[in-house]
Design a protein around this ligand. Structure first.
Ligand SMILES: Nc1ncnc2c1ncn2[C@@H]1O[C@H](COP(=O)(O)OP(=O)(O)OP(=O)(O)O)[C@@H](O)[C@H]1O
Ligand SMILES: [Mg+2]
Length: 398
């Protein structure tokens, strides 16, 4: 069928044609938003899951809803590099100023003017943007240079001003596990203070499955601060709907057997649903996607994923790190006991440490528990199995 009409959306953070199977998470956000409307408190939300399950898409949808409800919102993506802390704080200040600028068009309460002054002061200290908000800078507020103190003052001033209007202030943080420890600690502390004092400030975050652990290791009380929502593969019915519905809307359909084959190939993972759906559409000559079309799509789609999605991740690893990825594949989707992986590589567990740390930092593996390790990408073990003979893992040197 015509590729220009293809409704599927493989990619990163791309809104799918049907956002299926996430009603409970969206309801959790709607409840939070409704409670803010009543002047009541709630907890922030943390979405966690493997690569490609749809965390960013869901975070974006919650962000959209918060904006529609008149909240002041900031959207951030954490990055794990040397400049990470500086970059994310500059982004926070800049995005805050930009978001606050929209408010300047409305008539402002005294408190709101003060809050804008605090945002200006926070920004002036960090020097993120020269955009002005047309209010006096609240010198001495949120400009100490101590990120925890400054964020707390900022959150207090902004959230209490918005709270008067029954509106919320929210930070949407993607890849939160990659946030530097200091900024993470400051954000959790701000959320903690807000919860205790019923300021309508909320962190809505997304990240890998180890994010809850990272949060509680940073501040033990983080365990009780958030509504933790693990996001996974879709139930078979939902996955079927996600494949079928976009095609049917354009007058195309799947033969039942074709649908089953494709569903098996996707394993219910949202990213794979979009990828195989797109391939099946492109390969089918007629508006009915037959079992033969589906078989071709599974074969071609798998090759494409192997050559792109999986291979690009494999190539991010050095030779020694690949040996570790290889040794983990014995456990399928995992997790693998770290000591066992070291044993398979004929290494002392302590010698595995640097490879483990490098792979975590590259976002290829994560530690579900102490002493365990798992792939962040669904299907990685199967990829390694498929290419067992042609993946170069010989030799220990990089
Ligand atoms: N509920 C859903 N139903 C169908 N497709 C979805 C759904 N959620 C996301 N997708 C699709 O899955 C793909 C991955 O989505 P997204 O980038 O949000 O995942 P992610 O969990 O943020 O991945 P990563 O960890 O790599 O950032 C996209 O192509 C998106 O269109
Ligand atoms: Mg994402």
């Amino acid at each position: 069928m015509l590729p220009e009409q293809n409704p599927y959306s493989p990619g990163s953070g791309r809104r799918p044609p049907e956002l299926v199977g996430r009603q409970k998470e969206l309801e959790a956000f709607d409840t939070l938003s409704a409670r803010v409307g009543y002047g009541l408190g709630d907890r922030g939300i943390v979405l966690t899951g493997l690569r490609g399950v749809g965390k960013t898409v869901l975070l974006n949808e919650m962000h959209r809803r918060a904006e529609a409800d008149g909240w002041l919102t900031v959207r951030l993506e954490a990055r794990r590099d040397e400049e990470g802390a500086k970059t994310v704080r500059r982004a926070l200040a800049r995005e805050l100023v930009v978001a606050a600028r929209k408010l300047t068009r409305t008539s402002l309460t005294g408190r709101m003017k003060d809050a804008l002054g605090t945002i200006s002061s926070f920004n002036a200290k960090i020097g993120a943007t020269s955009i002005e908000l047309g209010v006096d800078i609240s010198t001495g507020r949120a400009d100490s240079g101590d990120v925890e103190v400054d964020l707390l003052e900022l959150v207090e001033d902004v959230a209490t001003a918005l709270g008067e209007k029954r509106r919320g202030f929210a930070l949407f943080v993607d890849e939160m596990q990659d946030l530097d420890a200091e900024t993470m600690g400051a954000l959790i502390a701000a959320q903690h203070a807000a919860n205790q004092r019923d300021w309508p400030f909320y962190i809505v975050a997304a990240g890998l499955p180890n994010l809850p652990r990272v949060l509680t290791e940073t501040r033990s009380y983080a365990e009780r601060l958030f509504n933790y929502r693990p996001i996974g593969k879709l139930a078979r019915d939902d996955a079927a709907y996600a494949l079928r519905e976009p095609a049917e809307r354009l007058g195309a359909e799947y033969e039942p057997d074709a649908l089953e084959q494709l569903l098996d190939a996707t394993g219910g993972y949202p990213y794979f649903i979009q990828e195989f759906g797109q391939t099946a559409w492109d390969l089918a000559p007629e508006r009915t996607i037959t079992a033969a079309d589906a078989a071709a799509a599974v074969s071609y789609g798998t090759d494409r994923l192997d050559a792109g999605f999986f291979r690009s991740r494999w190539e991010r690893a050095t030779k020694s790190e690949r040996r570790m990825l290889f040794a983990m594949a014995v456990d399928g989707e995992g997790p693998s006991p770290t000591a066992e992986v070291a044993h398979r590589m004929t290494l002392q567990p302590s010698s595995l440490g640097p490879y483990r740390a490098a792979l975590i930092s590259k976002g290829l593996v994560y530690a579900p528990e102490h002493g365990q390790i798992a792939y962040t990408v669904p299907g990685m073990a199967a990829y390694i199995d498929r290419h067992h003979d042609d993946l170069d893992v010989s030799g220990a040197a990089d």
